[in-house]
Design a protein around this ligand. Structure first.
Ligand code: ATP
Length: 263
């Protein structure tokens, strides 16, 4: 097992933001974390990329307690694409991508030929080669997001955690990113809001509600009409995708009056 969240509880100011969360991500698997706003998804991820130390519980990486690893060792094993991952510095795209090698380098050690090629391939994969010399501050939100994914890839981690990585991306780049995650031979834990994309891309889903894991398993087992109603508070019909068979949700949008009552 590459990544194991083992009884994680995060308590801040007396409130449990995450409570007794246990979730396994098998070697090479893509596991999605879904749940309504404020259900604790980002808090759980923050424990995995060490922005937060759990109050109780352990994050195991390849059998090692993450808390016992040095910063560099941890960064070589786990890369994170977070909501706050941007930089205010106007580095070029290729400079930002190359920063992904930092945990593997000492001081100002230059990149090797292999590392230059790694960066080039990551930019090619994320459709960034034509932007390599551009300053990142001049990029659109979606372009910048792809730069951060490329930077995470060149880090060559075992485990990649991503917090809503499809934010800002147009539909083509959303699908390309998620397809890339599937083909990257990485162990992936990803927070997604789009339940249909989550069902299409993830081997397993974990559902958080009020900081607790309320369901976990293959998308077809987890994404039932009852769960979507109970956890997200919306009516949806679940149908199998005609080509892949993955469950897909057709939402029922009810028109409401300004007073909030259905017409
Ligand atoms: N440092 C903090 N201090 C107090 N409360 C916090 C802190 N960080 C997060 N919270 C609260 O904990 C809850 C869970 O937040 P979290 O960001 O993990 O939710 P989320 O599931 O990722 O939500 P979203 O879908 O909106 O991104 C929220 O109610 C949030 O306001």
């Amino acid at each position: 097992m590459d990544l194991r969240l083992d009884g994680l509880t995060v308590t801040i100011d007396g409130a449990d933001l995450v409570r007794d969360l246990s979730l396994d991500v098998a070697d090479g698997a893509v596991v999605g974390l879904i749940g309504p706003n404020g259900s604790g998804k980002s808090t759980a991820l923050r424990c995995v990329y060490r922005a937060l130390r759990p109050t109780h519980g352990t994050v195991w990486i390849g059998g090692d307690d993450l808390a016992g690893l040095g910063r560099r060792d941890g960064a070589r094993r786990v890369a994170a694409l977070t909501q706050q991952g941007g930089s205010d510095l106007d580095f070029t795209v290729e400079e930002v991508v190359a920063l992904g090698r930092a945990p593997h380098k000492h001081g100002n050690e230059p990149l090797t030929a292999r590392e230059h090629e790694l960066c080039r391939r990551a930019m090619e994969r994320l459709d960034l080669l034509h932007l390599a010399g551009r300053g990142v501050l001049s990029l659109s939100g979606g372009e910048r997001q792809r730069v951060l994914v490329a930077r995470a890839l060149v880090q060559e981690p075992r485990v990649l955690v991503l917090d809503e990585p499809t934010n800002h991306l147009d539909v083509r780049h959303q699908i390309e990113l998620l397809a890339m995650l599937r083909g990257a031979d990485l162990t992936v834990l990803v927070v997604l809001h789009d339940l249909n994309l989550a069902a299409a891309v993830c081997d397993r889903l974990g559902v958080l509600s009020g900081g607790r894991l309320v369901a976990a398993g293959p998308p077809a087992d987890v994404l039932t009409e009852a769960l979507v109603r109970d956890v997200f508070g919306v009516a949806a019909t679940v149908v199998p995708h005609p080509l892949s068979g993955a469950p897909q949700l057709l939402y029922t949008v009810t028109d409401t009056t300004p007073e909030g009552t259905p017409r």
